[in-house]
Design a protein around this ligand. Structure first.
Ligand code: PEP
Ligand code: MG
Length: 594
């Protein structure tokens, strides 16, 4: 029977295909429903995982032989005995079959039962076996999850990727030819997985808590990336409805395509530069450079995350050169490595942090490991010889961080000059404004930078103290909060007073409900996922600059987010819908409906 599950709209579009479950995260045990026809597959996964763990236990045993006492090496024999105990295996398989739970859950349940039995035994030696059982369970689950992370395909069939979470590093192992949509149990509209889905142009709904329990691999589903919902086992009526919607969307797309190459200018002649956010060189292949003023944000970390080790300087130069060539002479803003937080680097050991988003990330990490920063800046400088490159620093919190980065840059320029390596000695350096404390100190920082770029994704999360990845508080993550708008106004005013350019490169830059407000606040550079460019351009061409100013002034003076949203609904959405001949709120991209 058809079932509708609500989540958060993360990337626009509609997709119809079977769901396939994947396990993306290593820090949460995957939990999903297993149908009777998938039980055999789970048994095979168990065999593979047991073989994997056996191999690594034997290797460990061998490595330790001679280093520790022989009776201690035998601990591993005890573990191997549990691993190969036929009763243990049968119990796990029965748990899967009888309760329709996935292998990882079944393992955990059986291990908990065994642990309980051992822990209650009188003999101290037997009680200690409880720890061995627990350890074995952990290792087998670890092996299962690690293997699953190596491939996200559905044997050459079209599929909807379903998982607990979609992580930036997952993008590299998707079957790009056949993936039709993404649905996840966790994450928010502004998490990096969602950003990637948008940049890949894959319809995506996140934060559907029960998606893994309500579906099995093979369940047919419709993803509605505009309304933020999925329909499992859709009825014929559902299908017809969505096919009709697809038709309507095509009509809207056609209207949007008409403005593609028109100037991005308000009806009264104010030019706004629209730029693209890219997550890697592959995004450049489909980029219509004629329709953009350049690349406003190249998130270099994604290329680092899809690899198994740090790219060398030469490898980075090659990548940045491709970006410069792809931009056809237009400026490319390379953001230096912004890992940490929700963007771990598999091959770079980061400490466990209680609050990673408030922890060792972005420029803090790079200044602690200057080699990373030197290599990357040098590579960008070398690529800059091809055209107009800019360097953007993420997560800056103080002037002193900028001073240190400037020193590094100047040193590198001097080195390159003295060795005769081509580069742009006047390369521009800018900072992301995404940590709130940077706003009051901007007047001290503006004189030593060439530009600023407002990273509203993080700025909003820190201003509102709402985790951008947490679907439980997703409703509270609202960039239309008047406090956020006032901060955006201050930044634009300070940059303007200092004669420095200020752009917005967070996701609101691509949210067309925001366009008139941002323009009215004084932003004349907006960088966004390319998929949103036509909508933003059409919006821009529909509102005069004085109307934008008026709307922005009214929005910042509101006393509640709801009041701002009402303003957006009445003054922007309704007019846009009339203009486009589409129902209000029926055009994808923004979420100003509530
Ligand atoms: C931002 O924070 O708005 C931003 C553009 O950076 P990221 O989304 O990569 O954190
Ligand atoms: Mg950020």
């Amino acid at each position: 029977m058809s079932r509708k599950l609500k989540g958060t709209a993360a990337a626009p579009g509609i997709a119809i295909a079977p769901v396939v479950h994947f396990h993306t995260t290593l820090d949460r045990i995957p939990t999903y429903k297993v149908g009777p026809d998938a039980v055999e597959g789970e048994k095979q996964r168990l065999s593979h995982a047991i073989a994997e763990v056996t191999k690594s236990l034997r290797a460990l045993q061998q490595e330790l032989t001679g280093q520790i006492a022989s009776n201690e090496v035998r601990i591993y024999d005890a573990q191997l005995a549990i691993l190969h105990d036929p009763t243990f295996r049968r119990d796990v398989e029965n748990e899967v079959g009888a309760h329709g739970v996935n292998l990882e859950v079944a393992l955990q349940r059986v291990v908990a039962r065994y642990e309980g039995v051992f822990a209650a035994m009188e003999s101290a030696t037997m009680r200690e076996r409880a720890a061995d059982v627990r350890d074995i369970g952990r290792q087998v689950v670890g092996a299962l999850v690690a293997t699953e992370r190596t491939k996200y395909t559905a044997n050459g069939q079209d599929y909807l990727f379903a998982a607990d979470e979609f992580l930036p590093s997952d993008a590299g192992i998707l079957d790009r030819k056949h993936i039709r949509g993404i649905v996840t149990a966790h994450g928010g509209k502004y998490s990096h997985g969602a950003i990637l889905a948008r940049s890949l142009g894959i319809p995506c709904v996140v934060g559907i808590e029960d998606v893994m329990l309500e579906s099995t691999s093979g369940t047919m589903a419709i993803v509605d990336g505009d309304a933020g919902q999925i329909i499992l086992e859709p009825s014929e009526e559902n299908r017809q409805h969505y096919e009709r919607l697809l038709g309507e969307q095509h009509a809207v797309e056609k209207r949007l395509a008409e403005v593609r190459l028109q100037p991005s200018v308000t009806p009264d002649g104010v030019h706004v530069r629209l730029l693209a956010n890219v997550e890697g060189v592959r995004d450049l292949q489909n980029l219509e450079t004629d329709a953009i003023a350049g690349i406003g944000l190249f998130r270099t970390e994604f290329a680092f995350m899809e690899r198994r080790q740090f790219p060398t300087e030469n490898e980075q130069v090659a990548m940045y050169r491709l970006a410069m060539e792809g931009a056809h002479g237009k400026p490319v803003t390379f953001r230096t490595l912004d890992v940490g937080g929700d963007k771990p680097l598999g091959y770079f050991r980061m400490p466990e942090e209680r609050n990673p988003v408030l922890g060792w990330r972005g420029i803090r990490l790079c200044l602690d490991w200057p080699d990373i920063l030197y290599t990357q800046m040098r590579a960008i400088l070398r690529a800059s010889a091809l055209g107009h490159a800019r360097i953007l620093l993420p997560m800056v919190t103080s002037r002193s961080e900028v001073v240190r980065c400037r020193e590094v840059l100047e040193q590198l320029v001097a080195d390159l000059r003295s060795t005769g390596v081509e580069h742009d000695p006047k390369i521009e350096l800018g900072v992301m404004v995404e940590v709130p404390v940077l706003v009051p100190v901007l007047p001290d920082i503006l004189p030593i930078v060439d530009f600023v770029s407002v990273g509203t994704n993080d700025l909003v999360q820190y201003l509102l103290a709402v985790d951008r990845d947490n679907q439980r508080v997703a409703k509270m993550y609202d960039p239309f909060h008047p406090g956020v708008l006032r901060v955006l106004q201050q930044i634009a005013q300070m940059a303007g007073a200092a004669g420095k350019s200020a752009s917005v490169c967070g996701e609101i830059a691509g949210d067309h409900w925001f366009t008139p407000i941002l323009v009215g606040l004084g932003y004349t550079e907006l960088s966004m996922a390319p998929v949103f460019l036509p909508r933003v351009k059409l919006m821009l061409r529909s509102f005069r600059a004085d109307e934008c100013r008026d709307l922005a002034l009214r929005a910042v003076s509101m006393q509640s987010t709801a009041a701002v949203r009402r303003l957006v609904q009445e003054e922007i959405q309704v007019r846009w819908a009339r203009f486009l001949g589409a129902p209000a709120g029926g055009v994808s991209g923004g979420e100003a409906k509530s």
